[in-house]
Design a protein around this ligand. Structure first.
Ligand code: UDP
Length: 480
């Protein structure tokens, strides 16, 4: 690097982003990084903590396809010893983030000799790192990768913790937060389902950690959640200001292609196909895969199903009896009922583990999305105007499903039985209803309205662009 380039590097305000492990966390952070570079002319380094299983190959391929204008640093892997064998996934992520702090401090120390670091932006699991902002004179911000409703829950969590001594799941009345629909205790985020668990303690710790930020960038748009955003402003809880800057979604997933479902979609009639995916890691039990398969057959509708092998249930061989040919854990298709692929040939396509989701949702043949209600999937589908069948599995997805179905009116919600299963009759009914019923038309019309609002929010003069510009001005000012 010559002297002039060095000077330019030093003059360009630099932002350090801290990702959490997980495709659903890295993806929007990468999109935010691209926006900060292309529209706001910052330089950006994305740092990614690691452990023995993460980053996964998919996460690495996302990082490897970054444009050269964005640097990424995978921090040295941390050992997760000393944790209970049944530690929840949130605990593993928090421990990974927290144990990576010394390595992140080293990165800061190195980068600060060559760059003007204006801000540190951490993903929600990274609140322990906010102190580095103060140590290195960089403004500490949070990127909250999901909606303002869960942000409100986090902001109110210390109060809820004091107010209730019961488990939230045992409450007879719903939890009501200003500007939000009432949520049953069982709908709240997973770490709140057991107050004795470490992941609940981490959540409380994180909720308190949010107070250390100078601002929270929220992956939503004002027009979608104006009520809760206004309520938070009015309540004036002393929490950091929030900036709705979304939808921040990936725009190009072509580097992640590994199958030919787009060619198949090309041959299907317009808006005739139900796309079925449960996110980057969601799995169904063996029994549930069967029910879904038979339900799809009953519906008679076209489908594109991204199928993953069930977790931990391969030993459950007695369930299969004569119903499958031969189970091979490496091949998700082997978990389908015998003859299913032959019977649905021409009507449906089942792909193994991954589909290029953005391109599937953008395709004219896609007419609906059976989704686990992960927030990235939700925003991607809203941006493409595709209505949902909401089938939440974990994390904050039950809250998202309720918002999608009952507040925004863009989804039909599946009825999940007390045993956690969705039966084939229910699946057949709801799929028909979305793809060809009156209810389906209602949610389709409504999602198109939201699509337009999302596009307006992202225009240069839109609410989200203005919110991010406001933040960018603060960051630029900070480094003079
Ligand atoms: N995704 C994809 N193809 C798949 C499954 C997932 O491209 O087959 C992408 C999807 O587009 C989204 C992300 O992975 O950007 C999943 O994030 P989300 O928040 O929806 O769910 P999570 O994986 O975090 O549960």
């Amino acid at each position: 690097m010559n002297h002039q380039q060095q000077q330019q590097q030093q003059q360009t305000p630099h932002i350090i982003l801290l990702a959490s492990p997980g495709v659903g966390h890295i993806t929007p952070l990468v999109s935010l990084a691209k926006l900060l570079v292309s529209r706001h002319h910052f330089s950006v380094t994305i740092t990614v903590p690691s452990n023995s299983t993460s980053p996964s190959p998919t996460e690495l391929s996302i990082l490897n396809s970054l444009p050269t204008s964005i640097s990424s640093i995978v921090l040295p892997p941390v050992a997760l010893h000393g944790l209970p064998a049944d530690a929840q996934v949130e605990t593993l992520i928090w421990e990974t983030m927290s144990r990576s702090l010394p390595a992140l401090r080293d990165v800061f120390a190195t980068l600060s000799t060559t760059h003007s670091i204006a801000a540190l932006v951490v993903d929600l699991f990274g609140t322990d790192a906010l102190i580095l902002g103060n140590e290195f004179n960089a403004l500490p911000f949070i990127f909250h990768p999901t909606n303002a409703t869960t942000l409100s829950l986090f902001f109110h969590l210390p109060d809820l913790h004091r107010a209730y001594s019961l488990e939230y799941r045992d409450l007879t009345d719903p939890v009501t937060l200003p500007g939000c629909p009432p949520f049953l205790g069982t709908d709240l985020v997973d770490p709140m389902q057991d107050r004795t668990n470490d992941s609940y303690k981490w959540l409380l710790h994180m909720a308190r950690g949010y107070m250390l930020a100078k601002g929270v960038l929220v992956n939503t748009f004002y027009e979608l959640e104006s009520q809760v955003i206004e309520a938070l402003i009015e309540e004036n809880l002393g929490t950091p200001p929030l900036y709705p800057i979304g939808p921040i979604t990936q725009t190009d997933d072509s580097h992640l292609h590994n199958n030919d479902c787009l060619g198949w979609l090309d041959k299907q009639p317009e808006e005739s196909v139900l796309y079925i995916s449960f996110g980057s890691g969601g799995t169904l039990s063996c029994e549930q895969i069967f029910e879904l398969a038979y339900g799809l057959e009953q519906s008679g509708q076209r489908f594109l199903w991204v199928l993953r092998s069930p977790n931990n249930e391969v030993a459950n061989a007695s369930f299969f009896g004569e119903n499958v040919d031969k189970v091979d854990y490496k091949d998700p298709l082997s978990f389908l009922p015998k003859g299913f692929l032959e019977r649905t040939n021409g009507l449906g396509l089942v792909v193994r583990s991954w589909a290029p989701q953005i391109e599937v949702l953008s395709h004219g043949s896609t007419g609906g999305f059976m989704s686990h209600c992960g927030w990235n999937s939700t925003l991607e589908s809203v941006c493409k105007g595709v209505p949902f069948i909401a089938w939440p599995l974990y994390a904050e997805q039950r809250m998202n499903g309720r918002l999608l179905g009952d507040v925004w009116g863009v989804a039909l919600r599946v009825k999940i039985g007390e045993n956690g299963m969705v039966g084939r009759d229910e699946i057949g009914r709801i799929v028909r209803s979305l793809m060809e019923g009156v209810e389906g038309k209602r949610v389709r019309d409504r999602v198109r309205e939201l699509k337009s609002k999302a596009a307006l929010a992202l225009r240069e003069d839109g609410s989200s662009s203005k919110a991010l510009e406001e933040v960018a001005i603060q960051w630029r000012k900070h480094v003079g």
